[in-house]
Design a binder for this molecule. Structure first.
Ligand code: SF4
Ligand SMILES: [Fe+2]
Length: 433
């Protein structure tokens, strides 16, 4: 358990190894919580604490937010400063990022730490704001969005981030909810705009564009500065939202990694196809519009000094991504893996989950930031070494029949049940932090 020593009165904090790498704490306290590297003490963790004491009450405040926001309760006070006041997480949101673009609200636990962004309309678009993905619809936050002019559109970058759409629709009954057709499911059938094709999207009652789908479209009234770019790979209907040729909201398809030094993607959480995700990046690279801000669903908002450097970083991401095997992580297997990680601290159980539940390509992404080269060259107990490699090979052989997976899942299911009970007891012990 990495921790910061309490040399002053600002408290100390630790991250449990149940962390699943959602990036929330790194966004809220970027100088305290860092992406883990292959050289980290535990090669299977995602986030670690900076090896220095907390320096100020401001940092303690950031840690307080991270403790409240971590969706799996993996950020824990070892010692909480006595002077720290309880405040709602939504205070200060929407938070201005640059020009008229805001961070919509704190990362939502219900979206597993997913971020949201608010574009406040200017000029002839005054009062016609756009929310890209949603924060929790807490009353105070909704009131502040209303004070900024309300909402015309909510654009969902992909299906993973829609679970709060009804609450926002209730708060803003005239808002039009937008998503790409390829991500629609039973719960989203009443969305007002279904993106399909490359011209200006039409509302559902005007009919849906059926033409061969070019990659880019816009929304009525926003054609001069908003582009919605289809970018499948993470999910079939993932889109990029490009505003003013400057702000690129990327959903879960692309984000900046400080540890690697360029844009990267989530190979572990690639639900559809890693090769398709790279093809989308290539199309984005060829696309004539520029961008300099990258605003991800998971990860830190990052501004490149110039659009040229953003493109270079995207090219580096493609080079980096080609080192991972193609494939995807089936969401059921991911859920089993995540449940195991969150509920059990038994090393053997976590090792089984890493090595047998996840497909071979996906497990190389633990943690994803060092990339596949790190997994091969550094070894040292990581998922690709020794007995792990042997079991990976076995897993490949058995993958076709599903027998090994079925048996393993059964064993893990029983063990997770035991782990869950243990976790509950442990949680009770830690809850005073
Ligand atoms: S699960 Fe997310 S918020 Fe929690 S410790 Fe890990 S990266 Fe931080
Ligand atoms: Fe996602």
């Amino acid at each position: 358990m990495p921790l910061v020593s309490d040399t002053q009165h600002f408290g100390s904090v630790a991250i449990l190894n149940s962390c699943t790498g959602c990036t929330t704490c790194r966004v809220l306290a970027p100088d305290i919580f860092l992406e883990a590297r292959r050289t980290s003490r535990d090669p299977t963790i995602f986030t670690e604490v900076a090896g220095r004491p907390l320096r100020s009450m401001e940092e303690a405040e950031q840690v307080r937010e991270a403790v409240m926001a971590c969706p799996v309760h993996a950020v824990k006070w070892v010692k909480r400063p006595k002077t720290l006041k309880a405040r709602p997480l939504t205070e200060g949101y929407p938070k201005l990022l640059d020009e008229n673009v805001y961070v919509g609200g704190p990362p939502s636990k219900k979206l597993f730490g997913g971020a949201s962004y608010l574009i406040v309309g200017q000029g002839n678009k005054r009062g016609r704001n756009i929310l890209v993905d949603t924060p929790d619809p807490e009353e105070a936050l909704v009131d502040r969005v209303r004070a900024l002019g309300g909402l015309d559109y909510i654009i969902f970058t992909h299906i993973d981030h829609v679970s709060l759409h009804r609450a926002w629709k209730e708060a803003f009954p005239n808002v039009q909810r937008v998503m790409h057709a390829d991500d629609f499911n039973d719960d989203t059938q009443d969305f007002e705009i279904k993106l399909q094709g490359g011209e200006t999207a039409r509302t559902a009652d005007e009919g849906i564009h059926d033409a061969a789908p070019p990659l880019v479209c816009s929304l009525p009234g926003w054609e001069d500065e908003l582009e919605l770019i289809h970018g499948p790979g993470h999910t079939p209907g993932s889109i990029y939202v490009l505003y003013k040729e400057k702000f690129l909201c990327t959903g879960d398809s692309l984000h900046y990694s400080r540890a690697v030094g360029h844009l990267v993607g989530f190979r572990l959480q690639c639900w559809e196809s890693w090769s398709r995700q790279q093809a989308s990046w290539r199309r984005l690279l060829r696309h004539s519009s520029a961008f300099s801000w990258v605003l991800p669903g998971h990860g830190e908002p990052y501004r490149f000094p110039t659009p040229g450097e953003a493109r270079e970083s995207l090219a580096a991401a493609l080079q980096w991504a080609s080192g991972f095997p193609d494939g995807r992580t089936p969401s059921g297997r991911f859920r089993l893996w995540a449940t195991t990680r969150v509920t059990s601290r038994r090393k053997w159980l976590r090792w089984l989950a890493d090595n047998l539940v996840l497909p071979p390509g996906s497990r190389l992404a633990i943690p994803c930031y060092a990339g596949p080269a790190g997994a091969v060259s550094e070894g040292g107990g990581g998922p690709g070494s020794g007995l792990g490699a042997m079991l990976q090979a076995l897993c490949k052989i058995d993958r076709g029949t599903g027998v090994a997976l079925g048996l393993t899942s059964f064993v893990l299911g029983v063990a997770v049940g035991v782990g869950w009970a243990e976790g509950g007891r442990r949680g009770a012990r830690l809850s005073g932090g």
